[in-house]
Design a protein around this ligand. Structure first.
Ligand code: HPA
Ligand code: ZN
Length: 345
């Protein structure tokens, strides 16, 4: 139920409601591990290893980028300081501390073997062990559950994606639960990666891909038809084709919507112009995530607050979003039941 916008409410009452909304238990499905690295973490690791990070930071210490292609270059430059499994163990802990502080109880993180050992399987296993160690530790100390979704990088091309898919297939299980694709949506086509997605599906992994962020609704159609994904990263530009929207509703596809990311990168000029509410009203299963939070000056509690203020979403609406997210998580049913319980759903 949404609150009746005509119902009078004092400013203090409204601000109190916002604080309650910020504190709600949350589920995040779209988070790039390296993209969640606090800039201070990357800067100090670069210093320790004497790795130059020219152009990565603004004078105020935040990440520097002008547009999406530049964002991808800054992302990869920042990631270059992460060179060992121990670096990834520390990164995972830092990221989970931030997520837990935002009320996230379950998170699915995109991890690219390309950055963790260059796509080589034995190296990947060592990185994975280190991330799982951090995940177990944070599970105990912070009460947050993490699962991994292996992602290939679209602009690294289909051959490298096959190596990545092999890493995913060989380590699929109770922690690596999905396979996906990030990177530059303007390069190549979804179909170029069908072989890799087929391999991941045959290994029992659930599937997602970035689509309909930079290219329009046809890209979302391609993702669904050519890669047979269950979830779509972003997918927001589906709104430009109502027939496609109806199809997404009918088949129950889930969108991993990252409103702050879309606004910062200029997909939409501001949150009021973002289609998340229109998609939701038409019956699409929308979820809320941060993508690369420090890059986009956001965090899960901020996303909730901004959506509440812009679209007048109340606590019940966010509870519904969190339930949708838990139901769309790629984890096993025991984990899902535990997450739903934490949500009070
Ligand atoms: N979009 C696409 N690819 C990415 C991103 C992103 O936000 N972050 C890291 N790789
Ligand atoms: Zn993303």
């Amino acid at each position: 139920m949404t609150r009746d916008p005509n119902e009078p409410i004092s400013r203090d009452e409204y601000e109190y409601e916002i604080e309650l909304i910020r504190a709600l238990p949350k589920v995040e499905l779209h988070l790039h591990l390296e993209g969640a690295a606090p800039p201070g973490f990357i800067r100090s690791m670069g210093k320790q290893k004497s790795i130059r990070l020219d152009g990565v930071f603004n004078p105020d210490g935040s990440y520097a980028f002008r547009d999406f292609p530049h964002f991808l270059r800054t992302y990869e430059a920042a990631t270059s300081v992460l060179k060992t499994p121990e670096d990834y163990r520390r990164l995972t802990l830092a990221v989970l501390e931030e997520s837990a502080a935002n009320g996230v109880v379950y998170s699915e993180c995109f991890i690219s073997p390309d950055f963790c050992g260059g796509g080589e399987l034995n190296a990947w296993r060592e990185y994975l062990d280190a991330m799982r160690e951090a995940s177990d530790e944070a599970g105990k100390s912070l009460g947050i559950t993490l699962r991994g979704v292996v992602t290939c990088v679209r602009h690294f091309g289909p051959d490298q994606a096959k190596r990545t898919a092999l890493c995913a297939a060989e380590t699929a299980g109770d922690w690596i639960v999905g396979f996906g694709m990030g990177g530059d949506e303007n390069r190549g086509s979804q179909k170029d990666f069908a072989y890799s997605f087929d391999m991941a599906r045959e290994a029992g992994l659930a599937l997602t891909t970035h689509a309909g962020e930079w290219r329009g609704p046809r890209e979302v159609e391609d993702a669904v038809r050519d890669l047979r994904v269950q979830r779509i990263g972003h997918g927001v530009r589906a709104i430009e084709d109502f027939r496609l929207v109806d199809n997404l509703v009918e088949k129950g596809f889930v969108l991993e919507v990252c409103p702050g990311s879309n606004v910062t990168l200029g997909v939409y000029p501001n949150l009021a112009a973002h289609p998340i509410e229109k998609l939701r009203e038409r019956g699409v299963k929308v979820t809320v995530s941060t993508d690369d939070p420090p890059f986009f000056h956001t965090a899960m509690a901020d996303e909730y607050e901004n959506l509440a203020r812009t679209f007048r979403w109340d606590a019940a609406r966010f509870a519904e979003i969190a339930r949708t997210s838990a139901e769309a998580a790629f984890c096993d049913e025991t984990t899902r039941a535990a997450v739903l319980k934490r949500l009070g759903a």
